[in-house]
Design a binder for this molecule. Structure first.
Ligand code: ADP
Ligand code: AMP
Length: 219
């Protein structure tokens, strides 16, 4: 039973590494961003409520996210643990998670510089239905514009444009940095372990460090 949080600025590589961890450690990856993009794609009520916030690079209101995560964590695949990617992003979300008595094993903070983020997001392509992430230069698909597993077309995210990226960076500093400080503090007085990883390195190097951390949790 391993419960992990991946936290960091947009473009740090959370989704990419979540997929790697999910495969290697057989844990489901719960990405709130991915869940919301599916809701938008399916034109559900929730999707309609969130679309403008997401496209503008703003955070979706806490009460909506908390409902999404509450429902998702009750599903049976989460009974043996999970990786949370993109949640919690505000102190209120972190406190709600703590008060639902979720005991976290580890918090992985992937950190990268702003200049790196812009280049990463500008070249990001995603497979909408699975959430698989590619980069045209750093992690290209086997066939240009197509998902490796399904062959379906890849898309670029509407919020990966300049103005939205700037807003997401501001929101990361204002809303999410305090969450990182909260977990760092918690790690000093609880069993939840915290690691900061330099995400400005090749994908495999970042994963090697994450794997070492994961293995240390299980031993
Ligand atoms: P996040 O989920 O943190 O927003 P992603 O995992 O979607 O970040 O990664 C953002 C972009 O950067 C993607 O296009 C991905 O392929 C690429 N990327 C992720 N990690 C690295 C890395 N270590 N080096 C180079 N590119 C990376
Ligand atoms: P991501 O895929 O993690 O980059 O998230 C994409 C967008 O979804 C974010 O910019 C927010 O608009 C929204 N979102 C995802 N997770 C959360 C969260 N935990 N709290 C608020 N908004 C979120």
């Amino acid at each position: 039973m391993t419960k992990i949080i991946l936290i960091g600025p947009p473009g740090a590589g959370k989704g990419t590494q979540a997929e790697n961890i999910s495969q290697q450690y057989e844990l489901p990856c719960i990405s709130t961003g991915q869940i919301l993009r599916q809701e938008i794609q399916n034109q559900t009520d929730l999707g309609q409520k969130c679309q403008q916030c997401i496209d503008n690079g703003e955070l979706v209101p806490d009460h909506l996210i908390l409902e999404v995560i509450h429902t998702r964590l009750l599903q049976s695949d989460c009974s043996q643990g999970y990786i949370l990617d993109g949640f919690p992003r505000t102190l209120r979300q972190a406190q709600a998670l703590a008060s639902s008595e979720v005991l976290l094993d580890g918090v992985i903070y992937i950190n990268v510089r702003d200049e790196v983020i812009i280049e990463r997001l500008a070249g990001r392509w995603i497979h909408l239905s699975s959430g698989r992430v590619y980069h045209e230069k750093f992690n290209p698909p086997k066939v240009l514009g197509k998902d490796d597993l399904t062959g379906e077309s890849l898309t670029q995210r509407k919020d990966d444009k300049k103005e939205s990226i700037q807003r997401r960076l501001i929101s990361f500093r204002e809303d999410t940095q305090p969450v990182i400080d909260y977990y760092l503090d918690q790690s000093r007085s609880s069993t939840t372990r915290f690691i900061e990883i330099d995400g400005d390195r090749p994908l495999n190097d970042v994963f090697t460090e994450i794997s070492a951390f994961m293995n240390s949790l299980q031993s």
